[in-house]
Design a protein around this ligand. Structure first.
Ligand code: NI
Length: 378
């Protein structure tokens, strides 16, 4: 394991700099400029792309296999509540998901790989991906990159609930699909004293919220996993008026595309049929997110044994109903994704979320180990 302390002290400073200057999804201009500058100073090739923020770089002089490493670079609309000397100076924006650590890890791996560029039997492509938090960045990369000829793409997420340096991954069902829906029930507004003169959308909407609970409990086998959550409803604005609309939104999480399709089908049916039974109309909008995150079987086998050989602390991981837009890459290139422990801490997206800089040794070596195995062997 590479653990030169001068090198990692320098990376720690970089991580803190990025932490102090977080930017929201699709607005990562300064972050991109910082990455570009870091890579250019080290003569690392930056590839042409249509990315407005984020960038793709390449290391390696020989024709051969192409291995991709991906890090997400965006932050969240959260006001930081830590006491750190390097806390966010961008009001209302915070690296509360540790993408500052991800970005820094890939920069660190890039510097070390560049030092061995002549020995690389193929190419390593580095994806500094924007807009992960809004599940759009992977698609932006896919739109501009031709993945033909790539043998693998490797990514990770920091995990505050895993011991420092532990690597957690599963062959399948690692993370859930993430779909979002937004609905409007169209009723007829009227005086609260005369509901018969209108058509109350609140009763319909409430019925819909209740009926949707039957999807998971009555239609999905208990052996499968799915979540349907209604997270936001609004209707009306006072006590004596029946409003004309009921708005609701929420999310669907599954680990299997067949289950996912079934939930989406039932949800649509229940919304429209319930509205119909109250003689009202519903509009329902789907915002399709990433699918379930699974690992490529071959990569899973090879990297499991690599990490085991290197005596990494591999921990069993339960399926996580959170999502990752890394899942979008699965349709284009064999992928591998792991969670890497940064020690017990506040959860992801918490305003006091912290990253342990000691994690950098493990995350940089994770990238290096993946390149060693996938580029040099087999
Ligand atoms: Ni994240």
């Amino acid at each position: 394991m590479y653990n030169d302390s001068t090198f990692f002290n320098k990376l720690t400073q970089i991580r803190r700099h990025i932490h102090q200057h977080p930017e929201l999804s699709k607005q990562e201009y300064q972050t991109t400029a910082f990455i570009r500058n870091f890579l250019e100073e080290r003569n690392i090739r930056i590839l042409e792309s249509n990315l407005e923020t984020g960038l793709i770089a390449e290391i390696g002089e020989k024709e051969g296999k192409i291995i991709g490493l991906r890090a997400d670079i965006d932050a969240l609309p959260i006001t930081e509540k830590t006491q750190l000397s390097y806390k966010s100076i961008n009001e209302g924006v915070m690296h509360a998901c540790g993408h500052d650590l991800h970005t820094t890890s890939l920069l660190g791996a890039a510097e070390l790989l560049k030092q061995h560029e002549k020995e690389l039997p193929g190419k390593v492509r580095l994806i500094f991906q924007p807009a992960e938090e809004i599940f759009q960045g992977a698609q932006l990369v896919i739109d501009t990159v031709d993945f033909n000829g790539w043998s693998a793409l490797v990514g990770f997420h920091n995990a505050p609930d895993l011991p420092l340096g532990a690597i957690g991954f599963r062959e399948t069902k690692q993370m859930a699909s993430v779909d979002r829906f937004y609905g409007i029930i169209h009723g007829v507004g009227t005086h609260a004293a005369h509901p018969e003169q209108g058509n109350d959308p609140i009763v319909t909407g409430s019925q819909i919220v209740a009926n949707l609970q039957a999807i998971v409990s009555r239609h999905i086998p208990a052996s499968e996993q799915a979540v349907v959550s209604i997270t936001h409803t609004t209707a009306g604005n006072t006590w004596n008026v029946i409003p004309d609309e009921f708005h609701f939104e929420g999310t669907v999480r599954t680990f299997d595309n067949k289950v996912r399709e079934k939930v989406l089908y039932l949800l649509e049916k229940i919304v429209h049929n319930t509205a119909d039974s109250f003689v009202q109309k519903a509009d329902l909008e789907w915002i399709t997110g990433p699918g379930p995150l699974n690992n490529d079987l071959n990569l899973f086998k090879r990297l499991s044994s690599t990490f085991a050989k290197n005596k990494s602390n591999i921990v069993p991981m339960s399926s996580n109903l959170g999502g990752e837009d890394f899942a979008f890459y699965q349709d284009h290139v064999p992928t591998f994704f792991a969670s890497i422990g940064t020690g017990k801490n506040f959860p992801l997206h918490h305003p006091e979320f912290l990253v342990d800089d000691a994690g950098l040794v493990y995350t940089v070596n994770y990238y290096l180990d993946a390149v060693k195995e996938l580029l040099f062997n087999g």
